[in-house]
Design a protein around this ligand. Structure first.
Ligand code: HMG
Ligand code: MG
Length: 302
């Protein structure tokens, strides 16, 4: 089995992790979290969203967060952009990459961005063009690629039906997103294979929420196909405001622990990552969801 020797981890904690928090998290805590993640060796961080603050109030301080982060050379900062209005303010904040987002399910697309899949693609065309004109890379997230909270099963054909036009629109990279964490390894590989038909391997990422405890297995299954780019959320923070009951992304600490054990390079210092997770969990007043972080913190305390 030829697993990758290096895996790139994008920490989505500051965005996907915090977007669902009901109580306002102060901008300074968000910026401090980004600082701690980059100090731990993360080279890709999803910082915030330029979505409507009426839809996701927690991300309403997007401009302030982007201004507050202490940028480090070699670290890439990405932000979510749903439409042209979002693009205008996002570009003023100088992200390295923007993320447009749609879904393999019609019902979820309606709930999440208030339009059909076809309308979302139409909306993205000028956003992609505008970002590229500004020299900014464009990633697309395909939510509900393994299942939908409203429609249930999603097939690989449905995945490819949206992956293909996204590539034709000029999107540079694609995230296969398991929004509600229902994917299992064979199904994940089938979805990944469809993405790999249209995008280079280096531009395909797995974005797995861990609701059913399948995310680490699904990362392993993706690595068997040579996929070596994954998203994770420090401390396992998160959930989606438009997918009831969905929990956070797989915890970054758990992913790094597994990859360290496999001898796969990530460039991430697990101890410092645990510090970042403990910090933000303290701000939120709870224990990290990450099993590895809890075990390592218990060992430190003992
Ligand atoms: P809409 O209501 O259809 O849009 O929402 P609209 O154009 O009619 O605008 C409504 C109001 O929002 C207007 O303000 C606009 O100006 C304003 P008003 O005139 O009422 O005062 N507005 C904006 N304000 C700031 N920034 C903007 C913006 N756009 C409009 N960009 C819209 C459509 C797409 C805006 C809305 O549905 C939205 O913001 N949705 C985002 C939902 C979201 O953030 N979901 C979570 C992120 S996706 C995710 O987590 C999944 C992912 O992790 C992968 C996975 O796990 O599946 C990526
Ligand atoms: Mg997500």
């Amino acid at each position: 089995m030829n697993l990758p020797t290096y895996v790139k981890i994008l920490d989505v904690g500051p965005r996907d992790g915090l977007q669902n928090e009901k109580a306002n998290v102060a901008t300074e805590h968000k910026a401090r979290l980004v600082a701690m993640l980059q100090d731990a060796g993360l080279r890709e961080i999803e910082v915030t969203s330029f979505v409507s603050p009426k839809w996701v109030p927690q991300m309403g301080d997007n401009v302030a967060v982007m201004a507050a982060i202490a940028r480090q050379p070699g670290v890439r900062y990405s932000v979510l952009v749903p439409n042209l209005k979002g693009l205008d303010s996002a570009l003023a904040s100088r992200p390295d990459e923007i993320l447009v987002f749609t879904a393999a399910s019609e019902a979820f697309t309606q709930k999440n961005i208030n339009c059909s899949i076809a309308e979302s693609l139409e909306r993205f065309a000028p956003v992609i063009e505008g970002a590229h004109a500004a020299g900014v890379k464009v990633r697309a997230a395909l939510s509900c690629a393994l299942g939908c909270p409203y429609e249930g099963d999603i097939t690989a054909d449905q995945v490819e039906a949206v992956v293909r036009p996204l590539r034709e629109l000029g999107v540079d990279a694609i995230d296969i997103a398991d929004t509600i964490g229902v994917g299992t390894p064979a199904k994940v590989q089938a979805a990944m294979e469809r993405a790999l038909k249209h995008f280079p391997t280096a531009e395909v990422s797995g974005h797995f929420h861990d609701t059913y405890g399948q995310a680490l297995t699904n990362i392993y299954a993706s690595m068997e196909l040579s996929v070596n780019s994954f998203h994770a959320s420090v401390a396992g923070l998160g959930g989606c405001p438009y997918a009831k009951g969905a929990t956070g992304n797989v915890a970054t600490e758990d992913v790094v622990f597994m990859l360290d054990g496999l001898g796969i390079e990530t460039g991430i210092d697990l101890d410092r990552l645990v510090d970042a997770g403990a910090y933000i969990s303290g701000v939120l007043g709870r224990e990290p969801v990450s099993r590895a972080a809890r075990a390592l913190l218990a060992r430190r305390a003992g």
